[in-house]
Design a protein around this ligand. Structure first.
Ligand SMILES: Cc1ncc(C[n+]2csc(CCOP(=O)(O)OP(=O)(O)O)c2C)c(N)n1
Ligand code: SF4
Length: 540
């Protein structure tokens, strides 16, 4: 069957056709569409797959591991920084191994189109000693997802499926194959497999190291890794994942004068790399992300060979790999892109909060507090409300990673900063803010936490927020004094009251929480539209 899909959606379709019983994820661009697609598919095709959003990436990884323990296949998906959050479970899942197939799809965001950094998840896969699949196009993303589930069950290991923004968010027609049926429940054959007591973990880690040679052999014979030999090669090119697409684009097909190693399955297939070195004195490494392959092959290269890439500035050290960069590295002057990726034709439009957004009223009130108490008091977090950093509010001083606001406010308060205010969204609060609040409560830290509760993870498209309607009880449960948990609505007509309220809680010598409840305008619009469509029976 043919389908027109985004790269992220091809992974979703590949996982559905592999017979997954669950997808576990937390939203984050550019990975969100994987779960969205499965949710939509479930509604339309009535498949039996768990696909609700998780509280964070760590719980997503752990829940998938639980499903794998029970013998069923599961997909985990997240953006690259999510893997930092899931890392403990991710790394240890390589030591427990899996039972039902487990694939971890991670979408990296080189050039930080919508992220706070541009890390490369292949390092995590290598760190965990697990196989990594890196598709070069949409069809391969579908095929590789299916191969990854089979590979995962063959080697009893999780498989990391790494894509980048450009592939996740571009569309192509793909062919799909017949779907597999879901696994039945079956438990691990070795009872202690998932019990990482040191005596067991030591044995399993040794086994993990022993299997590495087989994984390397698999990478050498993989259909996804191919060495194309030119007759009189002047240069060897290693093109990883999407880079092979760029190479084909700028050379109008496979180049006649370069050897090309298409590298999409890891660990690095050493014998293919060696062959490339034997045939060429110079090797150019093209990869989207960090110089992962470049660094690894530098360790095996003979002294008389040269490796060109991001490390020696032959390819820019940061940012997304693009066809024009590939053309420049290959000195192909005739290449001109049809679409300029860094176009200067469009005026730059800075992001701003939507008209009618409740965060605007929160920041209008907070601005008055800052005018009175001075700057350098507001520790914020990640979400739409991070836009409070920009003019006209200039109301926040920090935004580091999800959940950092409350512990940073506490740290500053510990250092003597007064007042110390934390701003955190409802989804971010449950993702990783609750533990920081417990630390603050345990020491009765004099901080004021404002939870901007718009009943959604608005920044990533309005997904459900895990604690909808439960925030006050959570704060009580964490030990915040009930008298100092205030729920109110931020509205333009209520700014004076809000300013007075914040001031009152600032003066309280302990941890207080103000929950500002107002639904995201965009979520309301989307809901109204869906309801209207349902009334008029419109089918998309
Ligand atoms: C570890 C990690 N996972 C996911 C994301 C993507 N992300 C950024 S903010 C956010 C949640 C935003 O929701 P909320 O805190 O409720 O704020 P809102 O956007 O609704 O104002 C998500 C999912 C991220 N930046 N980091
Ligand atoms: S999407 Fe929602 S939360 Fe984000 S700025 Fe717009 S109204 Fe505010």
């Amino acid at each position: 069957m043919k389908r027109l899909l985004l790269g992220a959606e091809t992974i979703a379709q590949g996982a559905i056709d592999s017979g997954i019983s669950g997808v576990y994820s937390y939203p984050g661009t550019p990975s969100t569409e994987i779960t969205l697609y499965i949710q939509e598919f479930k509604v339309q095709e009535n498949i039996n797959v768990f696909c609700n959003w998780c509280t964070n990436e760590k719980t997503a990884m752990e829940t998938a591991l639980g499903m794998s323990y029970a013998g069923k296949r599961s997909l985990v998906s997240m953006k690259h920084v999510g893997l930092n959050v899931a890392a403990d479970a991710f790394i240890n899942s390589a030591i427990t191994g899996i039972n039902g197939g487990l694939v971890v799809a991670v979408a990296d965001d080189p050039s930080m189109h919508s992220s706070q950094n541009e890390q490369d998840s292949r390092f995590y896969g290598h760190f965990a000693h697990i196989p990594i699949f890196e598709p070069s196009n949409q069809q391969e993303a579908y095929d590789m997802t299916r191969s990854a589930f089979r590979f995962s069950e063959k080697y009893k290991l999780p498989v990391l499926l790494r894509i980048t923004t450009r592939l996740a968010h571009s569309r192509a027609i793909i062919s799909t194959q017949a779907a597999e049926i879901q696994n039945n429940i079956s438990f691990p054959l070795v009872r202690e497999q998932f019990i990482l007591l040191p005596s067991i973990a030591r044995k399993q880690f040794r086994n993990l190291l022993l299997v590495q040679n087989s994984l390397k052999q698999e990478a050498v014979s993989s259909i996804y890794n191919q060495l194309h030999k030119a007759e009189n090669s002047q240069l060897g090119v290693i093109a990883c994942g999407i880079a092979i697409n760029y190479l084909l684009e700028v050379c109008n097909g496979l180049p006649q004068n370069f050897d090309v190693l298409k590298l999409c399955q890891y660990p690095i297939p050493q014998s293919l790399v060696n062959e490339l070195f034997e045939r060429n004195d110079k090797i150019l490494v093209l990869e989207d992300g960090y110089p992962f392959v470049e660094e690894k092959i530098l360790g095996i290269v003979a002294h008389d060979k040269r490796v060109l890439g991001r490390l020696n500035g032959y390819v820019p050290p940061d940012g997304e790999l693009q066809p024009n960069i590939v053309a420049k590295a290959l000195a192909i002057e005739s290449f001109s892109e049809h679409v300029e990726t860094n176009s200067t034709h469009f005026p730059n439009r800075p992001p701003e909060l939507c008209k009618g957004c409740g965060h605007i009223d929160m920041y209008t009130a907070l601005r008055r507090i800052i005018d009175e108490y001075g700057d350098n008091h507001v520790f914020a977090d990640i979400g739409c409300y991070t836009l409070g950093a920009l003019s006209p509010y200039s109301a926040i001083n920090t935004c580091v990673e999800m959940g950092a606001s409350i512990p940073m406010a506490k740290g500053a308060a510990d250092a003597g900063v007064f007042p110390a205010i934390a701003i955190i969204g409802d989804s971010t609060f449950t993702h990783s803010g609750m533990t920081g609040l417990l630390d603050a409560v345990n020491e009765n830290a004099p901080i004021t936490v404002i939870i901007a509760d718009n009943a959604a993870s608005a920044m990533t498209g309005g997904q459900n927020s895990a604690a909808h309607g439960k925030l006050k009880n959570i704060c009580i449960g964490l030990g915040v004094e009930p008298d100092h948990i205030i729920e109110t609505e931020p509205f333009p007509t209520k700014i004076d009251q809000l300013v007075a309220l914040i001031k009152e809680e600032i003066e309280f010598k302990g941890t207080s929480v103000i929950i500002l409840k107002r639904e995201c305008v965009q979520t309301v619009l989307r809901k109204n539209k869906t309801e209207a469509n349902q009334k008029h029976n419109i089918i998309f």
